[in-house]
Design a binder for this molecule. Sequence first.
Ligand code: FAD
Ligand code: G3F
Length: 610
Amino acid sequence: MDHSAEYTKAKALPQLSTTLTPDVFIAGSGPIGATFAAELHRINPKLKILMTDIGGLDTAVPGSHKKNSIDFQKDIDRFVHIIQGDLSTVSVPVTNVPVTNADPEVFLPWYEDIKVKIGTDPNGRASKWFVRNNQNPEQKPEFNLGAEAVTRCVGGMSTHWTCACPELHPELERPRLEADDDKNNAEWTKLYKRAKELIGVGDTQFSESIRHQLVLDTLIKEFPAVGQIPPREFKALPLACERDTDDPRYVTWHSAHTILKTLGAALKVDEEEVVRAGDFFELYPNTRCTRVWQLPNKGEIDFVECTRLRLGKVDTNVQVKAKVYIIAAGAVGTPQILANSFFAKEQELPALGKYITEQTMAFCQIMLYRDLIAGVREKPKPEWQKRVEDHIRDFPLDPIAMPFDEPEPQVTSPISKEHPWHTQASYSNQNSRRIHRDAFSYGKVGATIDSRVVVDLRFFGRNDPVETNTLTFSNIHRDGYDMPQPTFHFQMTAHSRKESGLMMADMTNVATKLGGYLPGSEPQFLEPGLALHLAGTFRAFQPGTKANPPNPSDNAKDFSVVNENSQVHGFTNLFLGGNGIIPTAFAANPTLTSMCYAIRASTVIAEKAK
Ligand code: FAD
Ligand code: G3F
């Protein structure tokens, strides 16, 4: 496609007169943007890196985890409100249910002569009326990922994530980076090791906890070997956090900040909230990466157009001219920036927003059986003995012989051929909107339930990547940040539906080994999108496979957006990062794997940017 017309238009834009010239530009300050920055700096400390984020600086320490605040260390139940407040849903279908009990004399468009129409007016403008309250007239409710959401702030979703960092299963989930099996395995081993170092993953932070051991021991005992079949694996969930050595009651949860700390220079914030490390790293908050501009017909990005949304009285446009451009603005934000740029989509990025995946989530909360709780008092394990005795001495009227601040369980049963889903048994109340609304806040049960006996079970199921599952961006409607409105079209395949049924049956089986359901939190599938593990929106090519899923075409561009080094097909200096890159059906939490892609790409980028 000839892009000269748009290019000339952009060059003429007077607002783009401010020009910044780093070596590398990164859009997005979430854990993946941070990984690129950290790795590039490690490889070549001389590189000048400029990062922008559309969101503000929410935390005094840039990009740190909000759960580290003492309020939530003391009362984890309150954190659910932080998560809900930070997440903005991606696509809300329009509802035309009128408010029938409103005062009959107030303005209700449904009853007026002017008909409310979806589409454009004679001047080609979209009806803003429909887009009020963030609604999307193009979204069909039945094909929506209704709970899919984004977080806009420095640090992205890692300012409130759960920190679960499992590796993807080599055969059941993991994408391919090398055609040769041995090379592929060696590459993933190396990348996972580095990713874990960067974000600080461990699996012993909760191992002392009585609640953790109670759940883990019970599940191990309940799922023994049967004949030739080995016992089912239950183990500690790998987590990106550390238990404080000075005061082991508290945990420091890791985030984008943990990664940025490896830059090795203090992050300083000026009065415009620009964050700097040494003279090599700058991060502009409240700064939208609006679009990338390519040199006409060269397969090369010339500059990015950014807009500082909170500087001065009007938005200030900035031109960033770098050697390499990285877009790591989340699984929705990254393709959104590309959709807002002047690509000839069908020729240049035909797979953008196709083959998307999101995990199906089954959830319940149980209250531990009385004999398990009684066992803590009556037959404590030797390592619990002192804590149990001290607690009984200090709180003789407490019916539960366990310290009030005993850490929650953090247990997983990893995906396997027999159980092809990812599981987490923990306590965080994140998915339990109902526990707050019904059971605890309003219901009589609330006051008598002690959170020490409650365990959340969350099972995550795979969804097959199919071409017809898409994330598209409107040519007409804009979102609240003046970017093209995203729309989902998502339907599970028959195979994935069947697998999710088996997953639900398995969750109820596991639940019954531990306890009875908490009223209001009985087994349920959660609204599609709630896993917040949207992937495949800018999927990577897998060397050595024709395609995944099978595709009759041999052209990598038709079923992937980037190559195995995260480089956009056909472009020399444009790279993408984030969960959108993962091309396979997977059940585990994705962040660690997306970091691996970013780490691998950084070697190639550092070479191009020097
Ligand atoms: P994000 O963290 O989404 O960051 C993208 C950044 O880009 C944002 O800061 C955004 O403001 C910015 N941006 C967007 N558009 C633009 C633009 N146009 N210009 C400039 N900047 C832009 N994952 C796990 O692996 N394990 C877990 O346990 C886990 N728990 C989670 C719990 C919760 C409650 C939530 C919400 C998510 C959880 N996740 C978990 C998902 C995890 O947080 C994401 O996988 C991870 O944050 C993705 O990193 P990212 O950097 O690609 O994207
Ligand atoms: C997910 O994104 C996380 O990966 C889980 F660990 C978490 O429990 C869930 O969100 C909560 O919604």
